[in-house]
Design a protein around this ligand. Structure first.
Ligand SMILES: [Zn+2]
Length: 112
């Protein structure tokens, strides 16, 4: 099954361990989150994987560990981080363009 974002559920589900270990490239993570939010199947798969991934915390935090709340928080944090990283990347690109433009102006002797 493929949804409108182009990633298949199989691909997304294979990425879940990488996502939970934060070992995913930022553009990949963006695509991953986009798919997860529009696909109930993958969201459920991620939720279950997260539960296993974080299960050791039941031992540490006991009843105080609220998986549902924690899962939502984790997704929000990841989304926030991805958005920030993407914005920083665009900003960096703009800065590089400005530097190149200034250099070009120097080279062509328009400003000296
Ligand atoms: Zn899916």
């Amino acid at each position: 099954m493929k949804n409108k974002n182009g990633s298949s559920c199989r691909e997304i589900m294979d990425m879940i361990p990488m996502f939970l270990d934060s070992e995913m490239e930022i553009t990949m993570q963006q695509q991953f989150l986009k798919h997860i939010k529009s696909c109930d199947n993958c969201m459920e798969e991620l939720r279950v994987s997260y539960l296993f991934h974080e299960s050791h915390r039941y031992l540490d935090e006991g009843l105080y560990f609220d998986v549902e709340e924690d899962f939502k928080k984790m997704l929000q944090e990841k989304t926030g981080f991805v958005n920030l990283a993407v914005r920083l990347r665009i900003l960096l690109l703009v800065l590089i363009c400005i530097c190149v433009a200034v250099l070009m102006l120097f080279w062509t002797g328009i400003i000296s």
